[in-house]
Design a protein around this ligand. Structure first.
Ligand SMILES: Cc1cc2nc3c(=O)[nH]c(=O)nc-3n(C[C@H](O)[C@H](O)[C@H](O)COP(=O)(O)OP(=O)(O)OC[C@H]3O[C@@H](n4cnc5c(N)ncnc54)[C@H](O)[C@@H]3O)c2cc1C
Length: 502
């Protein structure tokens, strides 16, 4: 650990990005305090425990495992000392209808056989598709993902420019996928990872086939005990790194004097530090916590941002085991296009929703009482929708009925825990703009330097991190985001012995 530099840093928000920034800054010599409004860390990856069930409230798997391994290694630790990780096999199953279920095996050879059985010649096409996706993944990891996205000149080098066209930034994902596959089912499987990126596959850059590489080759990972175990591991690392954690502490305002944050006003007291990292939803800090006239962006700017989806979630505990389900289940019984249009175009509730069930009790006996099932239902929805008790009830009926039909058993009478969570909860709990679950949509116009900046244009000691900044949403990207902002701060303060230099 670098010796202390006599500078204090406050990180507001203890999601993955805030924890990552805090740990990185502590190791760079800052005296770091995290302020978090909830009674636990993890942000969108909090856990809800009830009647012996342990429900992850947000992410239920992660891809890009090397990001997490390398994060811990960077600080002389191994993630395996903190959590027990498992690569799931099958990775997930896709339910096209009750009788037609495709399990996606973890092994590439097995997956090729699955593809070939659906469409002749598609296993060779998968090789070609994955080869391209591998290039994009490696190039993105090497040249793009860790850039602070402040100056265009970060991208004006031979390495970036030469990969630009091979990265397929300007083509559409859907067109790209159709060059390789024709079967509707294979296209659904290939297009599924972009479902959460905030636009229909026709408007998502083909570059994002790198997510298929992450899915198919790098695998779907799950920590025993649930995703929240990863938050606990990062929290333990933060504490070992000397970070002070102040839970149940909500930031209410920032005071600004002479282009510096002079005080962080919480619901308890006013605190002071040399550096402030806002790791909360960006717009909340920008529009609700800074004094008038001090925002980094106008309200018009925010209104024009395209947000990624929100979600309608149900946490359901069932007092018996359910046949047919595995750990991850994608219910794709209906066409994706109308559901996508409801999210991205019409901004309405879907007529026939596609949905996802995580049933971690299938592989992990710690998340539900013995002989019981832990179910997490997720319907992606447009951000900013009004959710009412009636709407929640309506979709609950729909997903329970579809699951009962699939499992070929009625289980509603065996449900002993039920809680819904929707757009208004995201606003209430995380101050999420329009109740977004996944930050900003990953469109070309909201990529790299076109994302909200990690530094404030005028307030010299205010920086931002999290899923609305570079590189974007997802657990590994949020962790990278924290490292990127900490790197930028460390560099900035190193150059300025006593004053912040800009
Ligand atoms: C339902 C759901 C499912 C998902 N599934 C996956 C998945 O399977 N895999 C994956 O990789 N990603 C998934 N994601 C995305 C991933 O969870 C997020 O991208 C990531 O967790 C965002 O981290 P963050 O630190 O940027 O933000 P957050 O987690 O939102 O952290 C921000 C923190 O700031 C705190 N805060 C806000 N306002 C204040 C205030 N005024 N004062 C103090 N504290 C404040 C909040 O309480 C919160 O703890 C999912 C997200 C959701 C919602």
């Amino acid at each position: 650990m670098t010796p202390r530099n006599n500078r204090k840093a406050i990180v507001a928000g203890a999601g993955f990005a805030g924890l990552s920034a805090a740990i990185s800054l502590a190791h760079a010599g800052f005296e770091v305090t995290i302020l978090e409004k909830h009674d636990q860390t993890g942000g969108r990856a909090r856990v809800w425990r009830h009647k012996g069930f342990s429900f992850d409230m947000g992410p239920s798997w992660y891809w890009m495992p090397e990001v997490i391994e390398q994060f811990f290694q960077r600080f002389g630790r191994s993630i395996h000392d903190y959590i027990s990780l498992q690569r799931l096999n099958p990775s997930y199953q896709v339910i096209f209808d009750k009788e037609e279920v495709i399990k996606i095996p973890a092994g590439y050879k097995d997956l090729k056989a699955v593809f070939e059985a659906i469409e002749k010649g598609s296993s060779t096409q998968l090789d070609n598709f994955i080869q391209q996706a591998a290039f994009k993944y490696e190039a993105a990891m090497k040249t793009y993902i860790s850039k602070p996205g402040i100056h265009v000149k970060e991208y004006l080098n031979r390495e970036v420019l030469s990969s630009l066209f091979r990265m397929d930034m300007f083509g559409a994902f859907s067109t790209h996928a159709r060059k390789y596959f024709h079967s509707k089912k294979l296209l659904r499987i290939i297009e599924f990872p972009v479902l959460f990126l905030g636009e229909a596959p026709e408007h998502i850059p083909a570059m994002y086939s790198l997510m298929n590489y992450a899915d198919i080759i790098k695998g779907t990972w799950y920590p025993r005990g649930g995703m929240h175990e990863l938050c606990k591991a990062m929290t333990a690392l933060a504490e070992e790194s000397g970070v002070t954690l102040r839970l149940n502490t909500e930031v209410k305002a920032f005071n600004v004097k002479e282009n510096l944050i002079s005080g962080v006003v919480t619901d308890k007291e006013e605190l002071h530090a040399d550096v402030i990292v806002a790791a909360m939803d960006y717009r909340h800090t920008d529009q609700e916590l800074l004094p008038q006239g001090c925002s980094n962006y106008s309200s018009r700017y925010w209104d024009k941002r395209q947000m990624a989806p929100s979600c309608l979630l149900y946490f359901v505990g069932v007092k018996r085991k359910l046949p047919g389900l595995i750990h991850h289940n994608l219910f794709f019984e209906h066409d994706f296009a109308p559901h996508a249009a409801s999210i991205y175009k019409n901004k309405t509730w879907p007529e026939e929703p596609l949905f996802y069930i995580c049933c971690p009790s299938k592989t992990d006996d710690t998340v539900a009482p013995q002989g019981m099932e832990n179910l997490f239902f997720l319907i992606p929805t447009a951000p900013g929708l009004q959710d009412t008790p009636e709407i929640r009830e309506y979709f609950y009926e729909k997903v329970i009925a579809a699951t009962e039909a699939f499992c070929k058993t009625s289980f509603r009478q065996d449900i002993i825990v039920q809680r819904s969570y929707a757009c208004s909860d995201f606003v209430q709990d995380y101050n999420a703009f329009k109740g977004n679950a996944y930050g900003l949509a990953n469109t070309l116009r909201q990529t790299a330097i076109l994302k909200p900046s990690i530094r404030h244009k005028k307030i010299r000691n205010l920086f931002y991190t999290g899923q609305l900044t570079v590189p974007g949403p997802g657990v590994p990207p949020a962790i990278i985001s924290g490292q990127v902002v900490a790197g930028h701060i460390t560099k900035t303060y190193k150059h300025a012995q006593h004053e912040v230099a800009f």
